[in-house]
Design a protein around this ligand. Structure first.
Ligand code: DC
Length: 221
């Protein structure tokens, strides 16, 4: 059956500005934002609470730990809760960030995330962001965007976002970390054939948002 809501899919590598851009696009269009990475992070937080040693994690134990995770609709976005409580701080911490790629490699965990993300679009217009929103989760999205940016520029944005004073050394280190994450997530980070690729290296956030909103309006005419 054809979907009756609108879906805008924004994909791209780590620190390409997907989530903040997706939220701003959603705000401008009156859609809800869904950050699919937050579900991989929530599943990681849930299993970390049970078992600190990642070498003992299996798909079954991760899925079992993730059972009490839900996506809840707020005014402008869906956000994950675990046992009914927001876990925003925990999922952005270094522990989860370090281990989440392992959880995101598990095929049945990917199916679980995809199901939850698809459900959000049953009743709402959504801007979803991640790695495979336009390829796997919503191949029929109304608009697909693939955001790319130079790895050094992405590292700089990460440092600024953290409020860390920037030195050449820190920037070099963060660039290496970003490239390592790119390599770990490479398999699922692919632009859909019909995605519009936007290189944001030399764009401000407002410029990227304006481009995507203009494309979305064009498509809905
Ligand atoms: O975008 P992020 O850093 O919050 O993503 C967290 C992890 O989840 C990262 O390892 C990439 C992975 N991910 C994925 O494989 N597919 C998605 N749709 C979203 C995130």
């Amino acid at each position: 059956m054809k979907r009756r809501t609108s879906v805008i899919a924004i994909d791209g590598p780590a620190a390409s500005g997907k989530s903040s851009t997706a939220q701003m696009v959603a705000d401008k269009l009156g859609f809800l934002h869904v950050d699919s990475g937050s579900l991989y992070r929530a599943a990681s937080a849930a299993i970390l609470r049970r078992e600190r040693d990642p070498s003992r994690w299996t798909e079954d134990t991760v899925l079992d730990a993730a059972k009490p995770v839900e996506l809840r609709a707020a005014r402008t976005s869906f956000y994950p809760v675990l046992d009914g409580r927001s876990i925003e701080e925990e999922i952005r911490g270094p522990d989860v960030t370090h281990h989440v790629s392992r959880v995101a490699q598990m095929p049945r965990v990917r199916q679980w995330v995809n199901g939850k993300v698809r459900e959000t679009a049953n009743s709402r217009n959504v801007v979803v962001d991640g790695r495979d929103m336009g390829t796997v989760v919503f191949p029929d999205a109304d608009l697909k965007i693939f955001l790319v940016a130079d790895s050094r520029e992405r590292a700089l944005r990460r440092l600024r976002q953290r409020g860390t004073p920037t030195s050449e050394q820190l920037l070099d280190d963060e660039t290496i970390r970003i490239k390592e994450r790119d390599a770990r997530d490479a398999k699922q980070t692919v632009a859909a054939r019909d995605a519009v690729t936007i290189d944001t290296t030399a764009l401000t956030q407002d410029e990227q948002v304006a481009q995507i909103v203009a494309l979305a309006k064009e498509r809905s005419e």
